[in-house]
Every structure is written in C-alpha cells, then in structure tokens.
Design a protein around this ligand. Structure first.
Ligand SMILES: *Cc1c(COP(=O)(O)O)cnc(C)c1O
Length: 377
C-alpha cells in the first residue's frame, strides 16, 4: 500500500542526476577528485580538521573502533536504543559491547550515571549515539571519558550540522561516523564519512579504507605515484566519485532542508504538547538540530497497544516506524544479559512519525489529529 504521507521523502532533483551524469562522462568514476572535493566540503561544514569518505557509516564506525584501539578483551559502552551497527562495530574490532541505559522518554540518549555504573577495568571506550540528531550529554560523557581514560566514538549518523554548545556533532569525541544511506539527511544510496580532528587517525583511516595501501589508483593514474606498499591489514571501504558527486549536491541543499525540518518539528511539538498520552523526546532542546526523525513516546499501555495505535495511524494513510527495537533483545545479543528499564520502556512505546522538509503544516496538523484520535478516541 502506498501511504498518502510517507515516513521520509528523498530530496532529489535534476541536480543529483546531472552531477552523477557529469562524473560518468568525466571518465573517472572510482575514488578520485569528487571524493576529495566532498571530504573538503564536509570537513569545512563541520569545522572539523579531517573527513575521510567511505562506503557507509557501518564501515566508518568499524574504522573508528579499530583506530581507537578497541580489541579482544576490551569492553566498550554503547546504547541499545540505536541501530545495530552502533554495537556491531565494537565486535568487528574484537571487543565486547556493554549496553548502557538511556535517561528516559524525555531524553532518549545515554544516561551518564549508567555509563559510570558499567565501567570496569576492561572498559576502553564509549560509542555515543545522537538520536534523531539531538545531542547526547556530551559534557558529562567527555568528563567521564577523561576521568577513566576512555576513547569516545560519536555515531553521528542522525546529526549532520546538529550542534552542541556551539560545536557540531561529530567533532567532539575522538572520531565520528556519518551515513549517506538513502533515508538519512544526506542521501547517496549508500555512503558514509569518517571524521576526526586527529591527523594520525585521519591518515590511518585513509590507509585502512584501501587495503593498507600507501597509494591509491587515482594517484597512480594521474602520474603522482608508480608503486605501492601494503603496510597494514586494511579493507576496501572506499566511496566512489559517482556517489561523492551526488553527496556534494546534497550538502549544498542541507542547510535549507534542515531549516524546513526545524519548522516542521516546531509545529509537531506545538500540536503534540496539547495531546494527552504522548511525550516528545528532547522537546526542550534549544540547539540547532538535523531532525533526522520525529520520535514520540506513549505514556501508557503495552507494546501491543502501541502497535494497535500504529495500525490506526496507517489506516489514515500515514506511515510510521519504530526507532528502534532494542539491540540487547535481538537473538545475537540477548545472552549478554543487559537489563535496561528505560530503553525497554521507550522501545516498546515509541512511534516514529513522518519527517522531511517538504511536509506541509496542514499535513503535520492532520498527523497530530490522527494520533490524538488513535490514542484518546
Ligand atoms: C543508519 C545508521 C547506521 C548505519 O549507517 P549505514 O550507512 O547504513 O551503514 C549506524 N548508526 C545509526 C545510528 C544509524 O542510524
């Protein structure tokens, strides 16, 4: 069934099509000048020193965990209320994820007190997620990291251009990861970015994304290099110039897209604050944020009641989703034995509403009326 109001709407037009066409016609389609241009734009946009383009955010997170030195025998703290890649990346490096709880329905990011409770002599780092593009409690988390000598990886997939006290998300921890998957704020189909202010981590990331090779094909084809050595066990995590050229067009559109999302969000919060039975996470946040998604949390009922409410909303032609099922309940993580009451409450009571720049205020009003009827009859 096609929904009248989908969850997400791709902000693509002739500009992305032309950029891809031009790159194809240029004769160079793999990692090359477009990737370099994108990396430069991305780093400038964030006020970060280095950005390294990669195949997707999962691979960027994998690099983050490797380069932070996480390995066998180490524990790394992460949330369970996130996409599975935020925990899987810790295991790719050979370390063990330790799930910490979120604060609660009003703040669905990591709870600093629970992070501290989960620290052991084996703890080496924290993977922080900024849900929906809303900043985690980074002052507290960076202070904990400093005190216990931990590395901080920011999974900033939801938050390009989101801010925390004057800094962009993804520039505060040791390194960070962004996604250009089709439904993210910046879309290239598949794609991602590794970001850091450390020259050492950036040059290692460049090495590891291409088999640990000391030169790239483009450098050899353009006569800048004639040979290479392999100095690390690397991967093929390279982005290509076709996707990079699409990402460049997406970046140009991003500020306006996010401003429109801010207006949509404001209308949602105004409407939803009058509806009994729903909490809007981060409702009091005054930072500039990307509003990647629009989560709400029901204040009562069971998981089945939540699912029945979603069915009623779908029947009105509005698509919804759930961000996310708790990771610690999945088959591959359930034996870790994590007990996370706030995460469990939110994952069973959350509904994700449509969010994109082209949503009209009338559509937002209609969505909110539909929710009110679905919850309160
Ligand atoms: C989408 C997403 C990822 C994975 O991104 P890919 O580019 O699809 O690999 C990781 N973490 C979070 C929080 C995400 O939303």
């Amino acid at each position: 069934m096609a929904y009248k109001i989908p969850l997400f709407n791709l902000n693509f037009d002739e500009r992305e099509a032309k950029a891809a066409y031009d790159t194809i016609k240029s004769g160079w389609i793999s990692t090359g000048p477009k990737c370099a241009e994108l990396e430069d734009m991305f780093a400038k946009m964030l006020g970060a020193k280095y950005a390294v383009s990669v195949t997707n955010c999962t691979d960027a997170l994998h690099l983050c965990c490797l380069l932070c030195g996480f390995g066998p025998g180490d524990e790394v703290i992460c949330p369970s209320l996130t996409f599975a890649a935020s925990a899987n990346c810790i295991r790719y490096a050979g370390a063990t994820p330790v799930f910490a709880d979120i604060v609660g329905p009003e703040h669905i990011n990591l709870d600093s007190a629970d992070i501290e409770r989960k620290i052991t002599p084996k703890t080496k780092g924290i993977v922080v997620v900024h849900m929906a593009g809303y900043p985690a409690k980074l002052d507290e988390i960076m202070a904990i990291a400093k005190k216990h000598n931990l590395k901080v990886v920011e999974d900033a997939c939801h938050g390009p251009l989101s801010e925390y006290k004057g800094k962009k998300l993804g520039t505060i921890g040791d390194c960070s990861a962004f996604s250009f998957f089709s439904n993210k704020n910046i879309s290239t189909g598949e794609g991602g970015m590794f970001v850091t202010n450390s020259e050492e981590l950036a040059s290692k990331a460049k090495l590891m994304r291409s088999h640990g090779m000391t030169t790239m094909s483009y450098q050899r084809a353009s006569g800048h290099a004639t040979a290479y050595d392999i100095v690390e066990l690397g991967y093929n995590f390279r982005m290509d110039d076709i996707r990079a050229s699409i990402a460049i067009e997406q970046l140009k559109k991003l500020p306006e897209d996010l401003n429109k999302r801010m207006a949509v969000r404001k209308r949602y919060v105004e409407n939803l604050s009058k509806i009994k039975g729903v909490v809007v996470p981060f409702a009091n946040c005054t930072e500039f944020t990307s509003n990647y998604i629009m989560p709400v949390v029901l204040t009562q009922g069971s998981k089945e009641d939540r699912d029945a409410i979603r069915e009623k909303i779908h029947a009105a032609g509005i698509q919804t989703s759930v961000h996310y099922p708790a990771i610690h309940k999945f088959s591959i993580y359930k034996d870790y034995g994590a007990v996370l009451p706030q995460t469990e409450y939110v994952t069973d009571h959350e509904i994700t509403l449509p969010m994109y720049a082209a949503l009209t205020m009338e559509q937002v009003d209609f969505i909110c009326e539909t929710i009110n009827k679905a919850i309160n009859g």
